[in-house]
Design a protein around this ligand. Structure first.
Ligand code: ATP
Ligand code: BTN
Length: 323
């Protein structure tokens, strides 16, 4: 019931008009006090709703809700299963809970809001309602976990393809999982894996992209960030951009499955934010300084240290600029 009420309130408010508590209460057959409680819960999810005596509730700006029908019709492929949720803990966790039998190849989960959005190494991904993209895709790895090497790079390239095609914005990529604009974080990728090295395995590929960051949510982010709408002249339709990401991600994953990373190396190097720049590699407390020489066909970072090239194979490492 609570879910139905919240859903009704969100859809009623989405257009950005005033609606009275009385009217909402009548439509849902609950009291105005109950409506007030649900509105408060929605503001805690990151919805910027205010109330004016005598007028009712209104969103500070209209929101463009995700629309499954638009996504399905743009994909135009009945084999692609897309689920759209209002509130979820984490789109990655949702798909991981459905392993191994309740998913089809390329199945997608999208959500308006995540209550426990995750970044790498248990970090929090700030996930306010109705303003960003939180998308996860299930991908079966027939050749085992060894085929997972490079998945975050393939995904970053697919997100870049979609953004370029959708609004002609060129992003930069940071090994192994970040997408930047003008050196500031726009989006992150999280890969969850289950299986063994040489046996058929499962991956869930999660993508979080900032589109229109609400002020309140921004306060919870402890590093520099940017959002796509600030760099793009057209009004972003989240369903259209999501469909484009799904399409490009599937295409890149199939290419990766058939030919590995080799055909994508040039694409990566053209967008690598640190290519031929001085960097620091952080491994726990340890800091290694060197020059970023891009990636190899296994997806390893090629770090030049004292004139020698060392491949770095991911894991608990972070890359930073030298200064
Ligand atoms: P690295 O992967 O190199 O360690 P990172 O510091 O970006 O880089 P990640 O684990 O990739 O770390 O991302 C999680 C971090 O991103 C969080 O600790 C937080 O600082 C930041 N963050 C959380 N939510 C957002 C968001 N919506 N937009 C941008 N940054 C965010
Ligand atoms: C990072 O930069 O560390 C990765 C952030 C990944 C966030 C996305 S949002 C969709 C999916 N669900 C999650 O809980 N995390 C990923």
């Amino acid at each position: 019931m609570t879910k139905v009420i919240k859903q009704h309130l969100i859809r009623s408010l989405a257009q950005g008009q005033f609606i009275s508590g009385q009217q909402l209460g009548d439509e849902l057959n609950v009291s105005r006090t109950a409506i007030a409680k649900h509105i408060k819960a929605l503001t805690e999810l990151g919805l910027d709703i205010y109330s004016v005596t005598g007028k009712g509730y209104r969103l500070s700006q209209p929101i463009n809700l995700l629309d499954k029908n638009t996504i399905d019709s743009l994909l135009n492929d009945t084999r692609i299963v897309v689920e759209v949720h209002n509130l979820i803990d984490s789109t990655n966790d949702y798909l991981m809970r459905r392993l191994p039998n309740q998913l089809t190849q390329g199945q997608v989960c999208l959500a308006e809001c995540q209550s426990a959005g995750r970044g790498r190494r248990g970090r929090k991904w700030v996930s306010p309602f109705g303003s960003q993209i939180y998308l996860s895709m299930y991908w079966y790895l027939e050749q085992g976990l060894s085929a997972a090497m490079g998945l975050s790079l393939v995904t970053a390239l697919a997100v870049s393809d979609a953004i370029k095609e959708y609004c002609d914005v060129q992003v930069q990529l940071k090994w192994p999982n970040d997408i930047y604009i003008n050196g500031v974080k726009l989006a992150g990728i999280l890969i969850d894996l289950e299986g063994q090295a040489l046996e058929p395995s499962h991956s869930v590929i999660g993508i979080g992209i900032n589109l229109n960051m609400p002020e309140q949510a921004a306060k919870a982010i402890d590093q520099q960030w940017t959002d796509l709408q600030s760099h793009c002249s057209k009004n972003i339709d989240r369903s259209e951009l999501s469909a484009s990401i799904i399409k490009h991600l599937r295409a890149r994953l199939v290419e990766h499955q058939n030919h590995g990373l080799t055909p994508m190396l040039d694409d990566w190097h053209q967008q690598d934010v640190f290519l031929n720049k001085a960097v620091r590699l952080l491994t726990g407390e340890r800091v290694t300084s060197g020059i970023c020489r891009g990636i190899n066909n296994q997806g390893a970072l090629m770090l030049e240290v004292n004139g020698q090239l060392k491949p770095i194979y991911g894991g608990e490492v972070s890359l930073r600029g030298a200064s």
